[in-house]
Design a protein around this ligand. Structure first.
Ligand SMILES: [Zn+2]
Length: 437
């Protein structure tokens, strides 16, 4: 049967489908990861109506696919073709800047001490509460454009700098508007506040930190999250998931359990910031509640990692944060031993990970945590899509979204080899070439 395509990508040195055969848990080392890349030398990709219809060696393209009348043809010019990257953990929607407190942090002051003096997350909360929805959308759009220049086509956007009902809803609305593909076509010369730059998935993180005005009465804030915020977020359809920061200085195990259970009843998927500073049982809780992912994990014990692995929870590594906080990074060999899937995300946020460069994060995951180059490539694509709960992307296979990126490197292993600054020569979103070409 011949397939019809409205977009083809040809001229590639290699196509990495990320849809190669999996290996059993516990054998996800370099060899298993290599097979999972699904590498097709001199491969080609064809899409129709925004979905992938064919992937294979370019020499077989002509026998398999017929181009429609207005089909787009992208020449990869000897570069590597990957699925569009998924950035599965960002705090993209915020106002303000925290470069001044960075100096204190680098001079040795702790994250907790800066937070106690009114800095940290609360300084971003003050700036975000004061910003309009349009202003926040303009800021988030500019960050999304930078992410996309690196090949990112889907971004998870958390709230968590509002910490009161209206401000949290505003941040989630910005995340939704940012991802309205096709609603606001990009035009030259328009203001930067528009949607459709990337796809988004939104996460309610009202439990980011207890806001200053509730410090003496934190139980009331947890009530507020469970009784007002989650019902409002769910009824307005503004979030796909709920997240809790379970750690010292944030929320404890009982609070996290109550918030996540409430969110699950409201129909939201779950994720967790866990074990960044101390293991408070976040791995086990994520496993018990069926969370999509638990993220950070620097301090997580082997018991927590094993529980996550058994339950299919993805471990998300956030190298920007461990670098800024000068922490001991997690050790990939422990994740491999537990059979735990590893994703990598930017954690883009104004305090601990001010970056929109997923390749810098992948490069640091290799250097600091010991991931192989192949694991890093899987970590920013298919594993990140799993962590985000989005099975229709992160891999190039028939039926998947036609979101892909072409990079000017013949060997895709060069992407996490470079210390960031890797840019896509072409990005395709929903079958539409949106840059380069
Ligand atoms: Zn985070």
């Amino acid at each position: 049967m011949t397939l019809v395509a409205d977009l083809v990508v040809v001229g590639a040195s290699e196509v990495l489908t990320m849809a190669g055969p999996s290996t059993p848990l516990g054998t996800t080392g370099a060899g298993g990861a290599e097979a999972r890349l699904g590498r097709i030398p001199k491969g080609a990709v064809a899409a129709h109506s925004g979905r992938i219809v064919w992937v294979g060696p370019e020499r077989e393209l002509g026998d398999s696919v017929v181009l429609g009348p207005d089909a787009a043809r992208i020449d990869a010019r000897g570069g590597a073709v990957l699925p569009g990257l998924v950035d599965c953990h960002t705090h993209l929607v915020f106002a303000g800047d925290r470069s001044t407190e960075f100096a204190r942090k680098m001079a040795g002051e702790s994250y907790q001490s800066i937070a106690a003096s009114g800095g940290g997350i609360m300084s971003s909360v003050r700036a975000t509460r004061a910003a309009t929805e349009e202003a926040l959308l303009a800021l988030a759009s500019e960050r999304a454009l930078r992410l996309r220049s690196h090949g990112v086509t889907t971004v998870e956007c958390k709230s968590g700098y509002g910490l009161e009902l209206e401000a949290e809803l505003r941040c989630l609305r910005v995340g939704r508007r940012l991802g309205e593909i096709g609603a606001h076509p990009e035009r030259e010369g328009t203001p930067p506040a528009y949607g459709g730059i990337v796809r988004t998935t939104t996460t309610f993180l009202g439990a980011h930190v207890v806001p200053a005005e509730h410090r003496s009465d934190r139980a009331r804030y947890v009530d507020e999250i469970c009784e007002r915020m989650i019902p409002a977020v769910a009824s307005e359809g503004l979030a796909d998931a709920c997240d809790v920061y379970l750690d010292e200085g944030a929320f404890d195990h009982d609070e996290a359990r109550r918030i996540l259970s409430t969110a699950r009843h409201a129909g939201l998927a779950l994720r967790l910031h866990a074990g960044q500073f101390r293991d408070l049982g976040g791995g086990e809780l994520a496993a018990e509640l069926g969370a999509l992912s638990a993220d950070h994990l620097e301090a997580l014990t082997d018991t927590g990692l094993a529980a996550m692995s058994r339950a299919g929870v993805v471990g998300v590594l956030l190298p920007g944060a461990w670098r800024t906080l000068r922490q001991t990074p997690p050790d990939a060999s422990r994740f491999r031993a537990a059979g735990l899937a590893m994703a990598i995300a930017t954690d883009c946020n104004p305090g601990t990970s001010p970056t929109t460069d997923p390749w810098l994060c992948a490069a640091l995951a290799v250097r600091d945590a010991g991931l192989t180059l192949e694991e890093a490539l899987l970590g920013v694509t298919i594993e990140a899509a799993r962590a985000a709960g989005l099975p229709d992307r992160g891999a190039l296979r028939p039926g998947a979204l036609a979101d892909l990126a072409v990079f000017p490197h013949a060997d895709a292993r060069a992407l996490p080899y470079w210390l960031g600054d890797v840019h896509a020569s072409h990005v395709v979103l929903g079958g539409r070439p949106i840059s380069g070409a």
